[in-house]
Design a binder for this molecule. Structure first.
Ligand SMILES: C[S@@+](CC[C@H](N)C(=O)[O-])C[C@H]1O[C@@H](n2cnc3c(N)ncnc32)[C@H](O)[C@@H]1O
Length: 336
């Protein structure tokens, strides 16, 4: 059963995080001495030149998020000032501290990294969740806590699984999705995890061992024993020795350049059985100005920005039929 209370909390957390990032964006522009120029009205190019900012994409994302949140406007190629962002409401901060107490620590790391990256123009070698500390914080705030959206996506297919079905968690990372799938089905299934990172796969294997040792359920134990993990090279075609009833992607597309999505969907389709389902949980940019506020993730070397809703859906619809969207496309289900 989906924990509706938990889902409500997660949505509340997303809502509370948005102004926090808007404030950070404005704070960052202040620290970079951009706000005086913006108050007079300045183009992206002028800001870059006058303030020696090297990372155009990141600056533009910050500015566009501030436009989307009413802090700036963008007219005739110039960004200009509208109003100072409102400070986060105390109850939002308290909510985040109480329910997601690692999030403040994580946002502070993002802010520090973002400042370095935007001025140097170079992604950090290790940043965000590319190091151990980041991974731990990511698990704590983005995976363990707002897990309900992922879980909601998982429940869409687990309730219909039949004995003998096969499921692939593509980009399974540390295995949180695998664990949730195992906990949500009473069927005898073949579950596989694929990832481009050996470190992540090792974490996933440990997670499975831990679940195996701690569960009383024979079916979960049996399903864990059958799991196959595949490490693959994203530059090569995907291994296609197996076909699946369900392929699940959770927060993976933002690691893959948008121009490669169409090819990826085509390959994933060829790995699905007839009538198989592709289920995606992905934070997406609703428009240029209404972007995922977690923009500072640009500092994570492996991040390729979040997909834009329109292109993302177009790419899916090109390959799949019956595309259903939930939460504005944050959860998408499509059929072969
Ligand atoms: C944010 S993590 C999400 C992990 C997991 N699916 C979850 O929901 O917690 C993104 C994962 O995508 C993987 N990844 C990166 N590039 C990929 C690619 N080209 N194909 C498949 N997975 C990729 C990363 O190694 C990482 O494990």
């Amino acid at each position: 059963m989906l924990d509706e209370e938990r889902l409500k909390q997660d949505l509340q957390a997303f809502a509370a995080i948005r102004p926090l990032f808007v404030n950070l964006g404005w704070g960052l522009l202040n620290e970079l001495d951009c706000t005086d120029l913006i108050k007079k009205g300045a183009s992206l190019k002028e800001l870059m030149e006058k303030r020696e900012i090297k990372n155009k994409k990141m600056l533009e994302t910050i500015l566009d998020i501030l436009v989307g949140n009413g802090v700036l406007k963008h007219e005739k190629n110039k960004y200009s000032f509208v109003s100072i962002p409102q400070p986060n409401k105390k109850e939002d901060i308290d909510f985040l501290k109480k329910n997601y107490n690692r999030s403040m620590e994580w946002i502070a790391i993002c802010f520090k990294d973002a400042k370095e990256v935007i001025t140097s123009g170079k992604p950090k070698d290790k940043a965000g969740f590319d190091d151990e500390k980041g991974l731990e914080l990511w698990d704590a705030i983005m995976c363990e806590s707002p897990y309900s959206l992922r879980k909601k996506a998982i429940l869409i297919f687990t309730k219909e699984l039949k004995d003998g079905n096969s499921v692939l968690d593509f980009g399974c990372g540390g295995g949180i999705g695998l664990e949730q799938i195992l906990l949500e089905t009473s069927k005898n299934i073949f579950l596989d995890g694929m990832d481009t990172s050996g470190n992540y796969l090792e974490r996933a294997k440990k997670r499975m061992q831990h679940l195996y040792t701690n569960t009383q359920s024979e079916i979960i134990k049996r399903n864990i024993k059958k799991i196959q993990f595949t490490l693959f090279d994203p530059k090569k075609p995907l291994p296609k020795n197996k076909k699946y009833d369900v392929i699940f992607l959770s927060i993976v597309l933002n690691h893959i350049k948008e121009e490669k999505h169409a090819k990826l969907f085509k390959e994933l389709k060829s790995m699905l059985k007839r009538n198989g389902r592709l289920v995606i949980y992905q934070l997406i940019n609703q428009s240029k100005y209404n972007r995922v506020p977690i923009w500072v993730m640009h500092v994570v070397p492996s991040h390729q920005e979040y997909p834009f809703r329109e292109t993302y859906l177009r790419n899916i619809k090109k390959n799949f039929r019956n595309v259903d969207c939930f939460f504005d496309g944050t959860i998408t289900v499509s059929y072969d």
